[in-house]
Ligand binder design. Sequence first.
Ligand code: NAP
Length: 528
Amino acid sequence: MTQSFVISGDLLIGAESTGDNRTARAINPATGAKLEPAFAIASEADVARACELASQAFDVYRATSPEERAAFLEKIADNIIDIGDALIERAAEETGLPLARLQGERGRTVGQLRLFAQVVRSGEWLDLRVDPALPERKPLPRPDLRLRQIPLGPVAVFGASNFPLAFSVAGGDTASALAAGCPVVVKGHLAHPGTGELVGRAIRTAVAACGLPEGTFSLLTGANETGAALVRDPRIKAVGFTGSRGGGLALGAIAAARPEPIPVYAEMSSVNPVFLFPAALAARAEAIGTGFIESLTLGAGQFCTNPGLLFAIDGPDLDRFVAAASAALTGRAPAPMLTPGIHAAFDKGVAALADHEAVKTVAHGAPAEGVNRSPGIFFETDVEPFLADERLGHEVFGAAGLLVRCKDIDQMIAVAEKLEGQLTATLQIEAGDHAVAAKLLPVLERKAGRILANGWPTGVEVSHAMVHGGPFPATSDSRTTSVGTLAIRRFLRPVSYQDLPEGLLPVELRDEGIKGLPHLLDGVRKAH
Ligand code: NAP
C-alpha cells in the first residue's frame, strides 16, 4: 500500500483531509467487533464546503477533452488496483463478504471505470445533431440548429451497503457522473467506511495527477442528516442512490421540496419474480430447483436482483421443483449479513412471512452459528392470499423466497398484472412454453427493466445493452439504468444552439470539429 492510501477516518473534502466529530465505527459483521479507526461525521459546514468546491470545479471539469476525462477515469482504475490486497482485506473485515467475491467486485469496479473511459472517447454520449439552415424554405426559412448533451452539474452519490466497491465510492453512479462531466460528492456508507476512504484516496490522487480542480471529487461520511443536507444543497444538481425504499423516498422528497427541485435516481426495492412454465418444469424441475437456491442464497441474498418470488402452475412437476429446492437449501450454512441493521430487517421480514396464516414454510438452511446471520428460507402460498395482502409481494432483503402456486396460465398472467415495478423478471421456459410465455411478455415489459430466460437474475453484466432499472419501486425513474453505459444519460441534458456564429459554437459542433464524431445530419446517422 502506498503512503497516500491510508485509513485515517478523515473526510476527504477536495484536497483537504478533515473532520471533527469522530464517532462512527465500522463493525465486522462476522464477529460483531468494532474496527479502528473512528470516522468523522460531516457537519453541515463540511457538506457546504464540499458542494462549494464541486460547484467551483464544474466549469473547468466539464471543459476537459474526452481524452483528458477518459484518462482520468483510467487513472482512478489504476489507483484502485495499486491499493492492492489491503483494499480487499479491509472490505472483507467490514462486510463479511468472501475474498473471492470482493476480488471479483474490484474487477467489476475498475472494468466499469475503463468502460466509461471508452464511452467518453467514442463521443456517442454527446448525441450531436445538426439540422442545417434552410434559408429558402417556404413559408418560413429554417434556422441552423445544432444540439449536444452537457453535464447537469455536481452530483451527490450515496454509496450502497451491498456493493462496497462496485456501487460505492467509485462505483457505477460515480463512474457515470464523472464520465458525463459532473463533479461528485459521495456520501459513503457507514457499513464500509475504511474501504470507502481507501477508494476515495485513490480518486483524489487521480484528481491531482490529472491536474483537475480539487472539487472534482469529495467523500463525506455521516448520518441521515449529512445525506439530507447534501441533497438540500443548492449546488447539487442530481442524486444517485441505492438502498431502501424508505431512504430513497425520503431523499426524493427532500429533492422535490427544494426551491430548485432536482432529479433523484434511486434504485430501491425489487423482488424479481420468476415464472416457472410447465414444459420447463417437466423437463428439468430438479435443475431449476437447485439453480434457484444457488441464486437465492448468493451473498446471503443481499442483491437487489435476488429472486424473492416465484410463480408456477400447481402439479406434480412443481412438487419435484419444491423437493429439489428444499433439499438444496436444507443444511446450508448461513453467511454473515452486511450490517446488524440489515440482519435485523431480514429477521423481521422473515418472521412476518412465517407468522402469516396463509404462508407455509417449506424449507430453511442450517441454524445460524455466530452473529448477524440467519438461515435462508423458502415459503409457499396460493394466489388468493397473495393477491389479498400486498405485503407478500414486498422485498425481504436477504435469502427469503416465496413460491405462489397458480391454477393455470391465466391466473399466472393475472397475478403478474398486480405486481409492483421490478428490476428483473425471469422466465424458465422450453419450446413448448413459448406460446403461453408470449402472452405474459407484454405484462412483464410494463413491470420490469430486464426480462431474462433460463437463467437467474443475480449477476448483472456491465455493458451497453444492460438495463438495471424499472418502474417504481424498483427505481424512482424507470427511463434509465444505474448499471451499464446508458447510465451516463442520467447526468446529461440537451442544449440546442440556434444560428450561433461558428466561433461561438462548442468545438464538437463546429463544421470541422464534428467531422471526427458520430452525429445526426438532418436526421441521418453519420458514423464519422
Ligand atoms: P438505507 O437504509 O436506505 O441507506 C442507504 C443510504 O441512504 C445510507 O447512506 C443512509 O444513511 C441514507 N439514508 C437512508 N435513509 C435516509 C433518510 N431518511 N435521510 C437521509 N439519508 C438516508 O439502505 P441500507 O443501509 O443499504 O440497507 C437497509 C435496507 O435497504 C436493507 O435492509 C434493504 O431492505 C434495503 N437495500 C436494498 C437494496 C437494493 O438494491 N434493493 C440494496 C441495499 C439495501 P445512514 O447510513 O445514515 O442511515
